[in-house]
Design a protein around this ligand. Structure first.
Ligand code: NDP
Length: 432
């Protein structure tokens, strides 16, 4: 190993500074000479640290995450240790700034013990589905995050609310409208908050689309289209059992299209048509639909077309057609790599601009947003009313597909009638 003495370090740093590879001030600091100006070494204010940008404003500059200290974060119990919980939600806690993982609920004790050890959850905070109600005696748990098959969402939301805990529940909210309503009622009766985990509504990509549509950045929106399809394994998973899932591709992935049409316009549809397929020779579709295609008409005149499927290769896009341009996201509904595109005329040419945001865990963003609403004692942006409305509209889509006609719905006046405030409007701690 080289003998790094103060003299060789001095010589090399001076050389690097002379060559313009490091700043002269840094070279001076490394050699025990003059310090950098204090404001270049970070500003401490109100319990946060800010560093100055290293680069010109035209370049990408980092930000200090400034999470809440762990003992001030809300404690979350994750219920159901399946694919989404293990692959996405639990890893997302590493990026979350105002929540922490404190408990696990699982029907598989061996799995729960391993996951607990991996993530620093004490064994005393492991529960199963039978003793779940004992969470009421655990003050470390503020929020229960339900990541179970759809038909179990209602039971565990009701039990969590009765145990005095706030609830974050995966989409779709439930397997039926009646179950979804029971969740809203139970949380209201227990004075607990309920949020449905519509992660995409908290992402910069989807928020940019909302902003472009509502500000008429490219004129009035005329039509919105979205496809969310994937090819599911024929393994008898609960998604292929109607009583567990509540339906097929529509509530699982078509819901993203439906929800997007609603949050982009802010409106509720007044007319619905639909077509579905259920291939007879494919065991995956004994009980549920494969392709679900539906159209919506909104009071402003905007129309939307959504398609979901369990039988074709990943296709996940969203496109908003406006008068002087189209804008959208492709892929639009996954956990990462979302890419925004805008197409408009540039002189005599047609120009397409693409944009990618710095990647962040969508699950961290969504959990932090729930924490912000709890600190502010306000409705979350995507509360029970948002999930319940989608459940009602999916019931109307099934009705339209079965009857082959148009299902009409009463007009709802106003925008965002099922949504709470955006997290940054709450005046509570909102992570940067
Ligand atoms: P998985 O089947 O992978 O996991 C579900 C877990 O629930 C199981 O591992 C099991 O955990 C527990 N469970 C309890 N009872 C049952 C039962 N009778 N049958 C099967 N599992 C049971 O599902 P996912 O993780 O993919 O989905 C869970 C929820 O998350 C669903 O509501 C789904 O719609 C939603 N989801 C949301 C996504 C999003 O992007 N927001 C993406 C994917 C899913 P244990 O062994 O610990 O008891």
């Amino acid at each position: 190993m080289a003998d790094v003495t103060r003299r060789t370090l001095f010589g090399s740093t001076v050389g690097l500074a002379g060559a313009g590879l490091i700043a002269p001030a840094l070279a001076a600091t490394l050699t025990g000479g003059q310090q950098e100006p204090q404001d270049l070494r970070g500003v401490v204010k109100d319990g946060t640290v800010t560093l100055p940008p290293l680069h010109q404003a035209s370049e990408a500059n980092g930000t200090v995450p400034n999470p809440m200290p762990p003992n001030r974060r809300l404690g979350v119990a994750v219920v159901g240790l399946g694919a989404l919980a293990l692959e996405n939600i639990i890893p997302g806690f590493a990026e979350a700034k105002s929540v922490r993982l404190v408990a696990l609920v699982s029907g598989e004790p061996d799995k729960a013990r391993i996951v607990a050890a991996q993530h620093g959850v004490p064994e005393k905070n492991l529960y199963d589905y039978a003793n779940f109600d004992r969470i009421k005696d655990n003050p470390e748990i503020d929020v229960v995050y339900i990541v179970l098959p759809n038909a179990l969402h209602a039971e565990f939301t009701v039990r969590a609310a009765q145990a005095g805990k706030h609830v974050l529940c995966e989409k779709p909210m439930a397997a039926s409208v009646a179950e979804a309503q029971s969740m809203v009622d139970a949380c209201k009766a227990a004075n607990r908050s309920l949020m449905i985990a519509y992660r995409l509504q908290y992402t910069p990509e989807h928020r940019t689309i909302i902003q472009m549509a509502r500000s008429k950045a490219y004129g009035s929106v005329q039509m919105i289209e979205a496809v969310n399809g994937q090819n599911d394994a024929p393994n008898g998973q609960w998604r292929q059992i109607k009583s567990m899932a509540g339906g097929g591709s529509l509530p699982d992935v078509g819901l993203y299209c439906l929800n997007a049409f609603r949050y982009i316009t802010g409106e509720e549809p007044v007319a619905i048509t639909a077509q579905m397929t259920q291939p007879k020779n494919d065991p995956r579709f004994r009980e549920i639909e494969d392709v679900a295609m539906f159209t919506l008409r909104f009071p402003s005149g905007v129309v939307a077309s959504g398609t979901s499927a369990y039988s074709f290769h990943e296709s996940r896009f969203l496109r908003v057609h406006a008068q002087t341009g189209w804008f959208g996201i492709d892929p639009a509904f996954g956990y990462d790599n979302l890419q925004l595109a805008i197409n408009r005329k540039a002189g005599k040419a047609s120009a397409t601009e693409t944009r990618r945001f710095t990647p962040h865990s969508q699950f961290a963003q969504e959990m932090d947003a729930f924490a912000a609403s709890l600190h502010a004692r306000q409705e979350p942006r995507t509360g029970g009313a948002e999930g319940l409305q989608d459940m009602k509209l999916m019931a109307a889509i099934y009705q339209a597909a079965a009857g082959g006609g148009v299902v009409t719905l009463p007009e709802v006046s106003g925008l965002d009638t099922t949504r709470g405030p955006w997290p940054e409007a709450l005046g509570a701690f909102v992570p940067a």
